[in-house]
Design a protein around this ligand. Structure first.
Ligand code: SAM
Length: 256
């Protein structure tokens, strides 16, 4: 692995399958002057082919050894290296129409997706490799067992497209799980009808806190029987049965 020992705590599984790497870069289809930000460039599996097609690339990396290697390999004119935790990084400082890409560290993928969702207005598109289970949740439809908090909160802001299945032996070291690449494209602002995003977040959080229970119980203290009746939503439904639009209707009812 080019003299680097993979660090488990940073979720390091480096891509080594050139077929998969080419498929990811083709799916991204970078244009020379795009503003691309790669999260976790690692040993450069996606970074190098991206740089061949771009004038400049931004990367966010936490591992100091990998940062030192990247600095040696790439002059600042070609690569801006943002050193530190992607979870705390302010992506808005990079610019607008951002194209975010990355083979994400799986140990922080859920909080990272929530962090990135807050930059939807600055984002043009996102292409991420994730644990397959997480991609299943991202694209799940109401009524499916994978439909969860992250499905609602990310589907509210993004169109999702499942692109590529990636087996463990495409990585070194191989992860214990299957992986998949997903594309997220921010929805038009006019479709974002929640009056208060924080309220929507609270409702969804409460609803899915106990996913086997009925909404009447999980939303106790938030929405009473008259609220359910006014919205024509059955209080006996379980959180995974309720479409995204209904979560928005509940949040807007409470905001009003
Ligand atoms: N892109 C490389 C590849 O495909 O081979 C490496 C992918 S590896 C799964 C995840 C990368 O994210 C590693 O380079 C790791 O050091 C970096 N990373 C882990 N946690 C991070 C964090 N909180 N912020 C920024 N980078 C992080």
């Amino acid at each position: 692995m080019k003299g680097h020992v993979a660090r488990k705590r940073f979720g390091q599984n480096f891509l080594v399958d050139h077929g998969i790497i080419n498929a990811i870069v083709s799916a991204i289809n970078p244009q020379r002057d795009d503003t691309v930000v790669e999260i976790g460039p690692g040993l450069g599996a996606i970074t190098e082919p991206l740089l061949q097609r771009l004038d400049h690339l931004h990367v966010v990396e936490i591992d100091r050894d990998l940062i030192a290697r990247l600095k040696k390999q790439h002059p600042p004119s070609r690569m801006s290296i943002h050193e530190g935790d992607a979870l705390a990084f302010d992506f808005a400082t990079v610019g607008q129409r951002l194209r975010l890409v990355g083979n994400l560290p799986y140990n922080i993928s859920t909080p990272l997706l929530f962090h990135l969702a807050s930059y939807a207005e600055q984002v043009y598109d996102m292409h991420f490799m994730l644990q397959k289970e997480v991609v299943e949740r991202l694209v799940a439809l109401p009524g499916e067992s994978e439909f969860s908090r992250i499905s609602v909160m990310l589907q509210y802001r993004f169109h999702m497209e499942w692109l590529i299945d990636v087996p463990p032996d495409s990585f070194d070291p191989p992860p214990k799980v299957q992986s998949a690449v997903v594309r997220l494209i921010p929805k038009d602002k006019t479709l974002l009808t929640a009056k208060d995003d924080a309220c929507l977040f609270r409702v969804v959080q409460a609803a899915f806190a106990q996913r086997r229970k009925m909404l009447r119980n999980t939303l106790k203290g938030i929405l009473d029987d008259s609220g359910f009746a006014a919205l024509a939503i059955a209080p006996t439904l379980r959180p995974e049965d309720l479409p995204v639009d209904d979560y928005i209707r509940i949040a807007n009812y409470l905001t009003a």
